[in-house]
Design a protein around this ligand. Sequence first.
Ligand SMILES: [Zn+2]
Length: 159
Amino acid sequence: VAGKRINPRLVKKHRLYLIGELAEALGVHKNTIRAWLNDGLCSVDGRRPMMFRGADIIAFLIKRRDKAKRPCPPGTMYCLRCRNPRGPAPGVVDCYRTNSSSCNLQAQCEACGAIMNRRVALDNISAVMPGIAVQFQLVPARLKESLNAPSNCDLGRGR
Ligand SMILES: [Zn+2]
């Protein structure tokens, strides 16, 4: 789902945002922001209530927009380092369940070796990764929790 187009310029780079403030600034629902947490939006480490740095939000929105411009064809995942869809390196694509109906596929980029992630509905795995071995991984409870509510910046993951 490409979703609504959101203008990163609505966010002030040097401001901190609460979820509600961010939702209002961008004209989206709070739940949309919560969903972005699963997509890699970072909140300020250890802060409760959760706060977001303007610069992190802008980086996330730009990345998300780039991704929407280049939908990944079947058999590929978006490589953040190559900034392009890439095929997985030979081997196995790991699959981590994120909830009852979707999962996060993880593999190494065949071009640069960076870790790539792609969220798919469980029903879509064979369409998204045709002919590619996908191995289901058990996510430890601790990690699963942090997938739902990351408390630090993970933009650098996989570099
Ligand atoms: Zn790559």
